[in-house]
Design a protein around this ligand. Structure first.
Ligand code: SAM
Length: 332
């Protein structure tokens, strides 16, 4: 394993994109993410403080990480998040973004922009109020649509809209979402349902393959692969409308894994580095942080986490075991 230079895995893939989960708490109970009954959260003292997160981000920056996305749980439920964005922004990342469910984004957006947030991904799984409520089990569609408007006015760009498709639940809205993206200029990203729900209910039959999404949309509004996206390590396969009305993304983690170009690492809210959403291989940094570990020691934990990454996530292998932690605990 190299002791200097960027973060590379055994296959030479450079990892420069960090997902930072700032909390495992969420103010929603989405059916594909959080169980119906009460979820157990980590005791507060187990979560990293903002000072600890900032130190880790600074070390990651020194190791070549240039993109940070704040996530959770729901990042905007963590008190002090706006100031934390300011602290991260001063570390000089080329890209600083957040994934949020949008429920409280409208009130936070101007301050987030003032503190250096560049863009947001907003989760929204239905454009029909009743269904939206049924999927999230809390909250209103209107508040999320309003958050998108406010975020845009505040200068967050581009606005990406994350849609997790569930067969028989919201896959009849593919064209509605496409139309919504074409009208608003927002980039809708269709995400395959992954075996990361806390309730363990995931069934392969509920996955709506990304390919079928593309076929459906292109039969109405022809799409072409975005030529600019060829070398893009982002998980979304990007497509542009031939009539110039914007783009969409499809994240086919289950049916067309993109592990070969994955450049992500994740830090859980309780201080474990994960090199893959689907692997239980965790490299704990919290102990080193809290026992006086130096920056070099922590940097080596980042290095070994990345070095140990497997060539693929193995969801489609017969022996695949679901990871112990769910999406909301890992930080999606
Ligand atoms: N609370 C924020 C939100 O709702 O966007 C950030 C955390 S959430 C875990 C991040 C993303 O993961 C969201 O877009 C959510 O829809 C997605 N997600 C959660 N569970 C999923 C699953 N089982 N399969 C696919 N995507 C999932």
């Amino acid at each position: 394993m190299p002791r200097s230079g960027p973060l590379v895995d055994q296959f030479g893939r450079v990892h420069d994109d960090l997902r930072l989960s700032v909390t495992d708490r969420c103010n929603l109970r989405c059916v594909y993410c959080i169980p119906d009954e009460d979820m157990e959260f980590a005791p507060r003292e187990e979560l990293l403080s903002f000072a600890e997160l900032e130190r880790l981000a600074r070390i990651a920056r020194s190791l070549g990480v240039n993109s940070v996305r704040l996530t959770g749980g729901e990042p905007l439920v963590r008190k002090g998040i706006v100031d934390f964005v300011g602290a991260l922004s001063s570390l000089g990342f080329a890209d600083l973004s957040m994934t949020t469910n949008g429920t409280t984004l409208a009130s936070h957006a101007p301050a987030l922009v003032a503190n250096g947030l560049v863009r947001v991904n907003i989760s929204c799984d239905s454009l029909r109020p009743e269904r939206f409520r049924a999927i999230r089990r809390r909250g209103e569609l209107d508040e999320v649509l309003r958050a998108m408007d406010v975020a845009e006015q505040a200068g967050l760009a581009p606005i990406k809209v994350n849609v997790v498709l569930l067969a028989g639940v919201n896959d009849d809205e593919i064209l509605d979402f496409a139309a919504f993206g074409r009208e608003t200029g927002r980039i809708v990203r269709f995400i395959e349902y992954m075996p990361l729900d806390a309730a363990g209910h995931w069934q392969r039959g509920e996955v709506v393959p990304g390919r079928s999404v593309i076929d459906k949309i292109t039969s109405r509004w022809p799409l072409a692969t975005d030529p600019g996206a060829q070398d893009d390590p982002a998980p979304a396969q990007r497509y542009r409308y031939l009539d110039g009305k914007g783009e969409i993304g499809v994240i086919s983690s289950v049916t067309e894994p993109f592990c070969g170009t994955c450049n992500r690492l994740r830090l859980t809210a309780d201080g474990a580095i994960r090199n893959c959403l689907f692997s239980d291989d965790e490299h704990v940094v919290r102990d080193a942080l809290r026992s006086g570990g130096g920056d070099e020691e922590i940097a080596m934990i980042f290095r070994s986490a990345v070095w140990g990454k497997l060539p693929g996530h193995g969801i489609n292998d017969p022996g695949f075991l679901r990871p112990r932690r769910s999406m909301s605990m890992i930080g999606g």
